[in-house]
Design a protein around this ligand. Sequence first.
Ligand code: ADP
Length: 407
Amino acid sequence: MLVLVINCGSSSVKYNLIETSDGSDLCKGMIERIGAVTSIVKHQPTGKKQIKDTRVITNHTDALQEIMNYLLSPDSEIISSPSDIKAVGHRVVHGGEMFKDSVLIDDDVTEAIQQAFDLAPLHNPPNLKGIQAAKEHLPNVPHVAVFDTAFHHSLPAHAYLYGIPNRLYRRYKIRKYGFHGTSHYYVSRQYYKICNKPVDQTKVVTCHLGNGASIAAIKGGKSIDTSMGFTPLSGIVMGTRSGDLDPSILFYIMEKEEIPMNSLHALLNRHSGLLGLSGYASDMRDLIEEANNGDRRCQQAIDVFCYKIKQHIGTYTATMNGCDAILFTAGIGENSSLIRKQSVAEMDYFGIEIDDERNENVKPGEITKISTDSSRTDIYVVPTNEELVIAIDTAKIAQAKSQSPWV
Ligand code: ADP
């Protein structure tokens, strides 16, 4: 089934056109800086040259129009009619407590996504805009919401409850939700295909290390703990997000810097993490380069990042009473041998030993074992594919809808 996957941010739309029968990507692309004076448009048809251009795109509906125009243009030869697209899958960041699985989007689902605006003010509103825009352009196909939070619904209460009055959980649903669920799900499933062990006996730590980063403990195929929490701000240090802090720091900063709540929000979400620590960049490639040139703060940012990863691996090994495999994924996890090496350094007490040569020779896009043969815990680099998970879930739900006698 040909599925269009949409991932909308506040000023960007990413898309992939995926044939789910073989998982192939026909085309992917991105529109950035929507609403700015000029927007940047990138289309990447598989196996062909990338098309990069600038346009005036003022909102998400126009962005979807641009994507449809490109897919339908005779030059690109991707599809000949909108009806070639059989379903649309939407990444929705926060599903709250309600959504344990992906769902067909109807009015009730739209309302529930809206109700979760409070929980993810940066993500859910643009996600919904994307749904509305895509429905305008493709009104006759099923639209499916795939939630970042859904895979972590299996967290037990002792992992998702915070140490605050329980009525706050009951009243406002303040609890750990966890994010990057599609990625943690995908890479753990890739590991199960090669591990020669029944899934219900496996214990895996997945490290999704991109601009946003999170780590999950996956026992018997189910997420039982993860580093992100009520929002994607918590957990390990990220590109621009602080990760976990002593909550008192927030009151202290507000008082000392005399800043209001929204400035604090921006400080922790956009000016902290690797960027804040280094005072230089949020991008790991830039940090590594500058650290190699002797920049002490860039080196410290890298050290903090790796230390947090190592702490989580240790914590989750204790949580699961063992760990069969550590899986590195996403931009940093897949591409940086240095970060992988430093994150698992000196963990032989846990039976974790990285093989330097294997670690240095990971081929892009391939699942690669990077632990020594004597390591009790396997370490793998596993390329993630969140879009494929969204496409496959969407196809399943769209197919079920088409076969249901009730619709
Ligand atoms: P997101 O999807 O969260 O925006 P990505 O998964 O694309 O992020 O990861 C982006 C991060 O990956 C950036 O910090 C980037 O510097 C890092 N990255 C990509 N390639 C490399 C590399 N070769 N070495 C180190 N870091 C890399």
